[in-house]
Design a protein around this ligand. Structure first.
Ligand code: SF4
Length: 506
């Protein structure tokens, strides 16, 4: 069996979904190979002689090795200018690699000027014309080499982000043309979202043998005639990945202690719309896994991938510190209003918490059913600051209950707490195409693609996307207390690298 992680996603840590499948296959002694095509493909393009001779590109190519070394040995994170130069130069080389194929390519993005991953006919066209993909020279050589050694009976792609979709289908097209006997399985977060749409009809029957919604290991194991594996927990296996090659100053080890979300009440949340149940891994197992993985791989940072780390798990980690810095998403709850709890978290290695506040207006928070009180949010930010834990705050503008006055209250909240906010992520609301609350809202076609996850809608307060964008660009981002927070955000890698810019992670 061959498991493929297709480009493009940020190449800073191994993919947790495939690592979980590797753990399951390993448990049953099934032979498999992993192809980290994202990291390998990006490195292949970066190392190719650029097809442009402009000064910036040539200089970027000359400095390539130095940039990669500095991102891997930690030097780049000590000087912000050096880090930004490295990222800009790498992006420059990728941009030049994609231009002749009509692709805007970067370390995090893959956008075709004509084809969109939200349209199945574009994905099929990509499969038919796979030679036009900028990664084609890489995957042709690499897959042919692997298949010469042994022909896999099954081949699985993990497709989580739309930036991976076009190249995934180019690889599928290449495989179908050259190795027609190979059976292809397509799973991952993006495929799950497509398939959970009540109007889903499979447009890929001629290209993919099995599409999987949810955890891929259950279907994979059943295809291998191993049944009754649904509730078994497998420790993720990271050995098959090129752990020293990721763009990080040591290994960032990703780990999910749960799937779904323990709160599961926020309006417009994709987890809720997709009906993903909450499945926490028992805490003893989580601690066993983490300690064993730390012992084996000596990571520099643990990335907890849960939608929201439960307060109970935070307490357990505080009582049994991991000895390694860690970070992840947490809900703003009363636990974080307890300064001692925050100090204990810090002692346990917590270097950063990602907090989905979304709004600084209580009526908007209540309408979204976030279960957050602004006084608690305020105290949480202050406590985390005192405890020395960095905060990465997520805000969402343009939700149906927000108008300009509410957005201005968010601005006021952020300004008032600017000294306690280390990083900020600003998003504009997209109306999901399905979900319990969407039926009550007047929607209209927005993206024309049949695979689109979003739809247009008439904002009840007339607070349309252009107005939201205008507010953000002309007012919010320009506020002297907010601009420095936004400038601090590491380009491209954002929250994945942010902990390395907080104290004492390196
Ligand atoms: S906390 Fe996050 S994952 Fe959980 S319901 Fe709210 S938005 Fe969804």
């Amino acid at each position: 069996m061959l498991l493929i992680h297709p480009p493009v996603v940020r190449p800073c840590e191994p993919p947790a979904g495939i690592a979980r499948i590797c753990g399951a296959l390993n448990h049953y002694g099934i032979h498999f190979t992993v192809l980290e095509a994202n990291l390998e493909g990006l490195l292949d393009l970066l190392n190719s002689q650029p097809c442009s001779a402009d000064t910036w590109t040539l200089r970027a190519f000359r400095h390539l090795l130095r940039h990669l070394n500095s991102l891997r040995d930690g030097e780049a994170y000590k000087k912000e200018g050096q880090y930004r130069r490295a990222i800009n130069d790498l992006n420059r080389l990728l941009k030049i690699s994609g231009i002749s194929n009509g692709v805007r390519l970067s370390l995090v993005n893959y956008e075709h000027e004509m084809l969109t991953p939200t349209r199945s006919r574009d994905l099929i066209q990509t499969a038919k014309h796979f030679e036009e993909n900028p990664f084609y020279p890489y995957f042709k050589k690499r897959l042919a080499g692997l298949f010469k050694k042994s022909m896999p009976s099954l081949l699985g792609f993990s497709l989580n982000y739309s930036s991976q979709a076009l190249t995934t289908f180019a690889m599928i097209g290449f495989l179908k043309r050259n190795y027609p006997g190979v059976k292809i399985i397509l799973g991952g977060g993006l495929v799950t979202s497509w398939m959970r749409n009540p109007n889903w009809k499979n447009p890929f029957q001629d290209w993919v043998e099995h599409l999987v919604a949810g955890p891929g290991e259950v279907l994979l194991l059943s295809l291998l005639n191993i049944k009754g594996t649904g509730n078994i927990h497998y420790r993720p296996l990271y050995d098959p990945f090129p752990l020293k090659d990721y763009f990080a100053p040591g290994l960032i080890l990703p780990y999910s202690a749960s799937s779904g979300c323990y709160w599961n009440r926020c309006l417009f949340c994709p987890e809720r719309a997709e009906g993903n149940p909450y499945h926490p891994i028992p805490e003893e197992k989580v601690m066993d896994d983490l300690l064993a993985l730390i012992h084996k791989h000596q990571p520099v940072l643990i990335h907890l991938l849960d939608n929201a780390i439960s307060p109970s798990l935070m307490r357990t980690i505080s009582l049994h510190p991991l000895g390694i810095p860690w970070y992840g998403f947490a809900r703003i709850t009363r636990h974080l209003t307890d300064l001692e709890f925050c100090h204990a978290l810090k002692q346990s290695g917590c270097v950063m918490l990602q907090l989905g506040l979304e709004s600084g207006d209580q009526t908007v928070l209540d309408a979204l059913q976030k279960g957050i009180q602004l006084e608690e949010a305020s105290l949480t930010l202050k406590n985390l600051k005192k405890a020395g834990i960095a905060t990465y705050l997520y805000l969402l503008f343009g939700t149906p209950s927000e108008g300009l006055p509410e957005a201005r209250r968010t601005l006021e909240f952020v300004v008032k707490h600017h000294e306690s906010i280390d990083f900020l992520n600003l998003s504009i609301f997209n109306m999901p195409i399905y979900g319990p609350e969407v039926e009550q809202i007047e929607t209209r076609a927005f993206y024309e693609g049949d695979l689109s996850l979003y739809t247009g809608f008439d904002h009840p307060k007339g607070w349309s996307r252009p107005l939201v964008r205008q507010f953000l660009d002309k007012e919010f981002r320009r506020h002297p207390a907010i601009t420095p927070i936004l400038r601090r955000d590491p380009p491209v890698f954002t929250s994945n690298h942010a902990p390395f810019f907080s104290e004492k992670t390196l």
